[in-house]
Ligand binder design. Structure first.
Ligand code: ATP
Ligand code: MG
Length: 376
């Protein structure tokens, strides 16, 4: 899937914009604070229905405006056209449509136009707390499978209820062991049902990706150090064959943690507690990795994302590389561009870029405060 035309109305610092983009590579240049990241954020929003630097839709609304609209015209692998529109207004909330039909939820759009994003905020994936790596897995696997997203939404809903129950009756020294026992058991069953599906999918993904990730890391770091990644949870003993993580085994784990859960008043087992461990030659990246190592691993993970989506969905993702050159050194950013060329429609932003020779597949844009000028 590639985007051909982007239209913005009151989105971030753009009052109104219509932009025809190139099918292969798009370079977006301009000084700081002109709207380069905002433009990439609009493309991201058309794939995942939200921005990448905020969780609040209203942050995307141009200051002082009362509604925004982003729309994209796409062409799929078979040459058919598609349109996505995201409209937001305070009272109405967010409305999403695909090919002019209103979608009931954002889940119906996720995965239709797969996207890979690299931005200055992405460093959190390798350096931040476990929640960042879970988010990395969830966004990727949700794009790859609508069933994964549905299971995750259901799991989170059940988790909230179960946590509310635990917090209400236990934790903080209060203890009413008899009253909610039956209710807690009912939540256990549904938590286990969805939890084990998410665990299976995450373990399987990680195991299937180890080899590609290692090769990508060797390429980008120009070294033969051994990058390993592993999913870490209380189910590691069953990880060799993820199918053996069943609702039954999930329930058993819950049983083992029961006393601790009552003490803490929260759910302590399940995919919401796990981590993705990254090591280089058996040394933990997050605790001991150098800055360069973090950058190379992050880039390898981005390559893995593009590879996974292409394989899983049979359509190349849109690849957004925000501030690539200032985040990576010159060699690595060149290698990275070389790698992604031909693996998806590229959007690369930078304060300044060397002039590329003009080609019909490539466009260069100059951004001036909320306006875009085509360079060639
Ligand atoms: P840099 O090179 O520093 O990354 P950039 O070109 O990527 O700059 P953007 O992050 O796209 O810049 O932001 C451009 C401007 O948009 C900022 O000055 C910011 O204040 C402004 N901006 C952000 N959100 C909104 C909004 N909701 N309404 C109006 N302006 C906004
Ligand atoms: Mg920026």
């Amino acid at each position: 899937m590639i985007i051909r035309k982007l239209k913005l109305l009151n989105f971030r610092n753009y009052a109104q914009l219509e932009l025809m983009v190139a099918p292969a590579q798009n370079f977006i240049c301009g000084s700081n604070a002109r709207g380069k990241s905002n433009l990439l954020e609009a493309i991201y929003c058309l794939s995942l229905t939200r921005g990448f630097r905020t969780t609040a839709d209203q942050d995307l609304l141009k200051f002082g405006a009362d509604s925004f609209e982003v729309s994209g015209e796409y062409v799929d692998e078979r040459g058919a056209g598609h349109t996505v529109t995201i409209y937001f207004q305070h009272e109405l909330g967010k409305q999403i449509s695909l090919d002019r039909k209103r979608l009931q939820s954002h889940a119906a759009l996720v995965g239709k136009i797969p996207v890979v994003l690299f931005s200055p905020e992405s460093h959190r994936i390798t350096a931040g707390p476990p929640a960042e790596r879970r988010k990395f897995l969830d966004v990727l696997l949700s794009q790859g499978s609508s069933a994964y997203l549905a299971d995750l939404q259901e799991y989170n809903r059940i988790l909230r209820q179960r946590n509310a129950l635990l917090a209400q009756f236990y934790g903080n020294g209060s203890n009413f062991p008899d009253r909610p026992a039956g209710t807690l058991a009912a939540w256990d069953e549904s938590l286990a049902l969805y939890g084990c599906k998410i665990l299976q999918a995450r373990y399987r993904f990680v195991q299937d990706s180890v080899e590609f990730l290692q090769q990508a890391y060797e390429y980008i770091s120009a070294s033969s150090h051994f990058l390993q990644f592993a999913y870490r949870s209380p189910f590691d003993a069953l990880a060799r064959e993820p199918e053996t993580i069943t609702p039954q085994s999930f329930m058993e784990r819950l049983g083992e943690y029961r006393a601790r859960e009552k003490q803490r008043g929260q759910t302590l087992v399940g995919p919401h507690r796990d981590d993705l461990e990254l090591t280089i030659d058996d040394v933990d990246l997050r605790r001991f990795g150098s800055r360069g190592e973090h950058k190379s691993v992050l880039m390898a993970l981005k390559m893995l994302e593009a590879e996974y989506l292409k394989k899983k969905l049979d359509t190349a993702p849109i690849i957004l590389l925000d501030d690539l050159i200032s985040e990576l050194d010159e060699t690595r950013s060149r290698q990275c561009l070389e790698h992604f060329t031909g693996r998806g429609q590229l959007f690369v932003s930078a304060v300044s870029l060397k002039d590329e020779p003009p080609s019909p597949d490539t466009a260069k844009f100059q951004i001036e405060a909320g306006n875009v000028v085509m360079k060639h």
